[in-house]
Design a protein. Structure first.
Length: 256
């Protein structure tokens, strides 16, 4: 616990120094402004409890941590990071996919080694020691991040259960980036496009419609997708949130 607090203090001090002090002015150095190699990238590893985790860190500082279990997306931490040197710090919201629950007000602190690794700890409910939760992870950089995203590569059909219901979701993505699909009591439509960075990440927008749609309360969700080609035809990771941040669509599925 003391180690975590010490890391926070060091990160805050560095961020304030980078901002020119605690008052006014710049809100900090975003990841894209770091000197030398940037922290942006795709990373995979595990949490302190041994669950697989995939991190998508964009050049803007926006990040998604997708923690899985049994091949399903179980929790997703989403937020925005500032950075000074090799320290990272920022806000986080946790989405527990299996219960469709949301916890806001999280704080992530961490460090990274350029083109090598990222480690971090995310805390929720810090003000209440009886409810406080700490999630630590250690991930290795994926060199495939620099492979340009291609809609031709992404095109295909993906199918897998959704953690909240256990029922199947199927998405078909065309070579033009159009998405159609079905889920539990849902019709799904949307678009995918290579992210502006030119790296191996896609921008994705999904609209879920249906009176008893699962997951509920999503509407339209915007976020990112990553096609992991490490084995077979590839595995699609999707992490997207709606405009209010109250719900999202989080899913892992193999390409058929």
């Amino acid at each position: 616990m003391k180690g975590i607090k010490a890391t926070w203090v060091a990160a805050v001090a560095l961020l304030l120094a980078g901002c020119g002090g605690g008052g006014g002015g710049s809100s900090g150095l975003v990841v894209s402004n770091l000197p030398g190699s940037q922290a942006q990238g795709l990373y995979q590893g595990s949490t302190s409890l041994g669950y697989p985790v995939t991190s998508i860190l964009l050049e803007t500082g926006e990040f998604y941590n997708i923690t899985s279990g049994g091949g399903l997306a179980m929790t997703v931490d989403h937020g925005n990071l500032n950075a000074v040197g090799y320290y990272l710090m920022g806000s986080a919201t946790e989405y527990t996919v299996a219960s469709n629950a949301v916890v806001t007000g999280g704080l992530m602190v961490g460090q990274y080694l350029p083109l090598s690794a990222i480690t971090g700890t995310i805390e929720y409910n810090a003000a209440n020691p009886f409810l406080a939760q700490y999630i630590s992870f250690s991930n290795t950089y994926l060199s495939t991040y620099t492979t340009p995203a291609s809609l031709t590569t992404l095109a295909g059909t993906y199918s897998a259960p959704y953690a909240y219901s256990g029922s199947a979701v199927t998405l078909a993505i065309s070579a033009a980036g159009n998405i159609t699909g079905t889920g539990p009591n849902c019709a799904i439509s949307g678009t995918a496009a290579p992210h502006v960075s030119g790296m191996n990440v896609y921008d994705i927008s999904l609209t879920l419609t249906g009176a008893n749609c699962v997951p509920s309360g999503v509407g339209t969700a915007n976020g990112v997708a990553f096609l992991d080609k490490a084995s077979g035809n590839g595995t699609l990771y999707v992490a997207s949130v709606n405009s209010t941040g109250s719900a999202g669509f989080f899913w892992i599925a193999p390409k058929q």
